[in-house]
Ligand binder design. Sequence first.
Ligand SMILES: NC(=O)c1ccc[n+]([C@@H]2O[C@H](COP(=O)([O-])OP(=O)(O)OC[C@H]3O[C@@H](n4cnc5c(N)ncnc54)[C@H](O)[C@@H]3O)[C@@H](O)[C@H]2O)c1
Length: 461
Amino acid sequence: MGAGKTTIGADVARRLDRPFWDVDFAIENHVDASVGEIFDQRGEAAFRAVEERLTLEALRSRVPSVVALGGGGLGSAAVREELARTALAVHVEVDVDEAWRRSARTDRPLARDEAAFRELYEERQPAYAAAADARARDADNIVLAAGGVHVGLGSLELLAELVPGDGAAALVADARVAGIHGAAAQLALGTRLASTHELPVGEDAKTVTTAGRLWQELTLDRNGTLVALGGGCTTDAAGFVAATYLRGVEWTTVPTTLVGQVDAAIGGKTGINLTHGKNLVGAFHWPGRVVVDPALLETLPEHERQEGMAEVVKTGLLAGEPLWELPVAELVRRCAAFKTAVCLRDPLDRGPRAILNLGHTFAHALEAAAGFELSHGRAVALGLLAALRLSGAATGAVEDVLRPQRVRVDREQAWQALQRDKKAVDGRVRLVLLPAPGDPVYGVEVPAADVRRELDALIAD
Ligand SMILES: NC(=O)c1ccc[n+]([C@@H]2O[C@H](COP(=O)([O-])OP(=O)(O)OC[C@H]3O[C@@H](n4cnc5c(N)ncnc54)[C@H](O)[C@@H]3O)[C@@H](O)[C@H]2O)c1
């Protein structure tokens, strides 16, 4: 009671684009009386019987849904069993003082007497703890739990517990990250660690040759887990190997770059490059767990942090909040939750996930025209400027935080690359635009001349 399940649940449902069932509300609708009236007129037992029936109906819905249980719903053994069988159960935590402050003077029949309320709060805690797969204080926490993403300072140390299952773990890292954080990860995996594997640093990890070497080295059985520790290059390559080795083994990502923590390690896209293009071979393979420890970013060089800030600013614009202003651990948590929600809505990238490409059509074109000598972060900063200008939106945040610098590349080559990237139809290019902060639209057809004008504006003479 008073944990905010109704508000938070509705927010989670909106973000995941799922139906929302609030059991208390459903009961009131069903009986056409308030919870207080039902208690007073029919007694608690009658209320609990309706609660159990409607809760089971919600949990058994064929459509995956977000369900806010009643505070006493776990009193039913049938509900507890159904929860364990079908649901990810999240305990929305609230301390008793706050719960009382919110519940007192409402119509709640069990919140009429403060001493009894406090007693009931304590009495219910063990049942909540036993049923909960995760604990949360806000909607972001719930989204993260639903996506298997664990964010917390120091979480690297909990790796053995956080890697799902009890099988052996093969640890994969690039040579640089292995030297900095490899020992801590090995120590944390303890007796679960079966082998360690080193990948080349950077895009050289994302090759057919590297994948082939890793396939040959691995000795995991189907019960084993691959643990990818590193930036996006490591998680992309190792994830692809996890998706294909033995026709797919479980994997856990432990992102160590800002790009990885807010973007690359989340959402299940894995891939390697071919000589004629990036990410042309890959698989969707959702990691069983993403372990995000913002403390690992302390060793990240400043230019790599800047790379990540481009994705952070993009995420903040899409979310409609200045997430880039937050302290790093909170910034990572909020951005990771945003990406998780979008990917849970569209795990196979068939629709709304396209919003994550805000600014990226221009970025890819500039990178291609620069022969991939331009950093992705710098290219995204410029791409965001163009997308915002075409949207008629303010560009101040991009300019202040990312300080984009126009780039010297061949204009015609960039334009050719942009048209190839988005397969322009009848001279029109489809883009993600942001008419208002937090309100992206994708697949918008923009006249080629306008796109060309904005692309040209990003290029130095
Ligand atoms: N799968 C996805 O959804 C997705 C999304 C975005 C980007 N990506 C991919 O991610 C890749 C880029 O990822 P990235 O920017 O993380 O690059 P990266 O993996 O190359 O890491 C950048 C550099 O930082 C070093 N490094 C990593 N962690 C460190 C740490 N904690 N301390 C010190 N040094 C550290 C690495 O050794 C490397 O030299 C690209 O290939 C891109 O295609 C994938």
